[in-house]
Design a protein around this ligand. Structure first.
Ligand SMILES: [Zn+2]
Ligand SMILES: [Zn+2]
Length: 54
């Protein structure tokens, strides 16, 4: 179960990246060395604006 921290990113943080960092369940379906496509898509600071907490 996701912790409160995982579900409540502070202002200016990317909701997806925050969730994937703090909720291990988000990567539970990946193989041990498999990259998460959602995280890869955001690498290098490419976070969609609508995912940033205002
Ligand atoms: Zn992101
Ligand atoms: Zn991820």
């Amino acid at each position: 179960m996701a912790s409160h921290t995982a579900l409540t990113p502070p202002r200016g943080e990317c909701r997806q990246c925050w969730l994937h960092t703090y909720d291990r369940a988000q990567h539970a379906h990946l193989a041990p060395r498999e990259d998460c496509p959602d995280c890869v898509a955001h690498m290098g600071g490419r976070h969609p604006d609508h995912m940033i907490v205002r």
